[in-house]
Design a protein around this ligand. Structure first.
Ligand code: G6P
Length: 609
């Protein structure tokens, strides 16, 4: 993943670069670095293992200053997280380069460069790029030409930005498969992986296209396309105020974001509050597209994939429309047999996930009726490239473990179910029921948040454990999967989810008194069957934690702890139960002392495949 920032200005830019990195830390946080060209045209460099705060400390102790610079926060792919492997990488004491992506042919390029006398300091794939660029510059090419020749030999995905002491006021950059945006200032220009990193200095942006190469200096901005032709890319003004996200009274962003859900869910549904506005929430032309839809193909990754799995139950049961769901990394590499009239729905908090974006781009001409994205970040790549767009109103999500983005995605998907269902014979009574349930949802979530202390007391039992099992039936199976994912992401306890009926086909062998079992058992029509499954677990000595409707007829007994959940409409229970599972994971992680908001090895936005 990684985040990159670069600046070409007439003022000192180290603080601008650092602020940009702080805002990009969601993309990776195992090491960080920056390089600037100082007044004497020398490269000044800081690289630190750890979070951006480590780089800030180094900068405070021994500042590196300059008006032209590149900076990077890393999520390691090739080469372990370390100061040496941190970016920028340097060649010949004149060129410094940062990279987001993966260079797939780096081994062959490395051999070639070694033969030419280049020495490698790091174990990264990126270092080949800086030496290639140095080679081209040393041969007398200008920055744009040198980057063009370099990009031509690279295979894989990249956003690159580089500086050269021989061209001290310029930054050259390239984009292929990883996001890159130019921030246009007055007498200064910037580059970043995400416009968010630059909102402190400008509100005018150019979103680069695949294959673009760009040169910036304080006074100039040149873009050439993949064929080397000069091109004009549109300038977008983003006037909305930058969201300032403070922790306030909360200890962690994750907890804050869990508590923001009532408001976020209400705001997401409020987009359709007026009569006949439901279709419009999905963008201009949605009504006409929905009239033609015969089936739905959902593609997403991670937590967003779980939202898709939940939606399959809603779309098939409530709207009577066939729905397939697949993780994007599988979908994109599979030979597919399409069905006429299918709507492609991608789901993504960030709108930048590489596999989901590739799945959208790989969709064959005519394979789908249209593409719809459900995303949380406006102006993201998926939003720009999809025909229909639903923007969830979760607000900025900082915690790496997704919470409010997931539940607002579910609201969007239930709204999609309504929009398609009423075209396929969903009764007005049913439509009113679902609408009323969505209106009441924030209140039920609030009632769940009040259970915090009770949920916290359940968490003790998980602390000494290495494994946990999550069970659910029907639509609660994907909710159990999401619960297990949250637990493993932030507490590092190995957690698996199973449809409860599959228990005796293998996982029961793992069950003993060291294996806590969490059951999502709201009390729907499958309750009796689920109760039998739970008995099978209990008789093997496992401790059970059952999240059940307070009216479902479960009672706590030895080794069975019941968490009585609010009695609420069936259709929104998957969302309400998710909130309780989020709190459980949070409290387990808190007690284990892990980094709740930035769990090890993960990143919030995954822009490499
Ligand atoms: C990463 C994040 C997850 C997220 C997934 C998909 O793994 O850590 O929280 O669910 O990417 O991201 P997206 O932005 O496409 O929803």
């Amino acid at each position: 993943m990684c985040g990159i920032v670069a600046a070409a200005a007439r003022r000192e830019v180290s603080e601008i670069l650092l602020e940009g990195l702080r805002r990009l830390e969601y993309r990776g946080y195992d090491s960080a670095g920056m390089a600037l060209i100082d007044n004497e045209r020398n490269l000044q460099l800081h690289k630190q293992q750890g979070k951006v705060s480590e780089l800030e400390k180094a900068q405070r102790l021994q500042p590196v200053l300059g008006c032209t610079g590149v900076a990077h926060t890393r999520w390691a792919t090739h080469g372990e997280p370390s100061g040496v492997n941190a970016h920028p990488h340097i060649s010949g004491q004149r060129v410094a380069l940062v990279h987001n992506g993966i260079i797939e042919n780096h081994e062959a390029l490395r051999r070639e460069l070694l033969d030419q006398g280049y020495e490698f300091a790091s174990g990264t794939d990126t270092e080949v790029v800086v030496h290639l660029l140095h080679r081209e510059l040393a041969a007398g090419k200008n920055m744009l030409q040198a980057m063009q020749s370099t990009a031509r030999v690279l295979e894989g995905a990249y956003a690159l930005a580089a500086i050269d002491t021989e061209h001290p006021d310029q930054v050259v950059a390239a984009r292929q498969g990883s996001p890159l945006v130019v921030g246009v200032g007055i007498g200064e220009n910037f580059l970043a992986s995400d416009q968010l990193a630059l909102r402190q200095v400008t509100d005018r942006f150019i979103f680069l296209e695949e294959g673009d190469i760009v040169l910036i200096s304080p006074a100039e901005l040149q873009v050439v396309d993949r064929h080397g032709e000069p091109v004009e890319r549109p300038l977008t003004s983003i006037s909305a105020a930058v969201e300032v996200v403070e922790l306030g009274a909360y200890d962690h962003y994750m907890l804050k974001e869990i508590h923001e859900q009532p408001q976020a869910l209400a705001a997401t549904f409020a987009q359709a509050s007026g009569p006949g506005q439901l279709d419009e929430c999905f963008g201009a032309g949605a009504a006409e597209v929905f009239d033609r839809v015969q089936g739905v193909q959902i593609v997403a990754c991670g937590t967003s994939y779980h939202a898709g799995m939940v939606a399959r139950y809603w779309l098939e049961e409530l709207a009577g429309i066939a729905c397939e769901v697949e993780v994007a990394s599988e979908f994109r590499y599979r030979r597919r047999v399409g069905h006429a009239g299918t709507l492609l729905v991608t789901i993504s908090q960030s709108g930048e996930t590489a596999d989901t974006l590739a799945a959208l781009r790989d969709a064959r001409q005519g394979e789908f009726v249209a593409s719809l994205v459900i995303a949380n970040v406006d102006n993201s790549s998926l939003v720009r490239e999809s025909e229909l767009v639903f923007l969830t109103q979760a607000g900025m999500e900082i915690g790496v473990a997704s919470t409010k983005a997931f539940t607002t995605q579910l609201v969007a998907l239930l709204m999609l179910t309504l929009a398609l269902g009423r075209r396929r014979g969903m009764t007005p009574q049913k439509q009113r029921e679902i609408t009323a349930a969505l209106q009441a949802l924030p209140d039920y979530v609030q009632q769940t948040l009040v259970l915090d202390t009770a949920i916290e007391s359940l968490s003790d039992a998980f602390i000494p454990r290495h494994h946990a099992l999550f069970l659910g039936r029907g639509i609660y199976y994907p909710i159990a999967m999401e619960g297990a994912l949250k637990l493993k992401e932030i507490s590092y306890i190995h957690a698996e989810a199973y449809p409860a009926g599959e228990l005796k086909h293998g996982p029961l062998a793992l069950v003993d008194n060291d294996m806590p079992v969490v059951a999502v058992a709201p009390g729907d029509e499958l309750l009796e069957k689920l109760k039998s499954n739970l008995e099978e677990v209990r008789s093997r000595g496992a401790e059970l934690f059952v999240f059940a409707d307070r009216q479902a007829g479960f009672a706590s007994e030895p080794r069975v702890q019941i968490l009585p959940m609010p009695h609420c409409p069936e259709v929104i229970k998957p969302i309400v139960y998710t909130v309780a599972l989020q709190l459980l994971s949070y409290h387990v992680a808190l007690q284990k002392g892990t980094d709740v908001d930035k769990p090890r090895n993960l990143a919030k936005s995954v822009t490499v495949e």
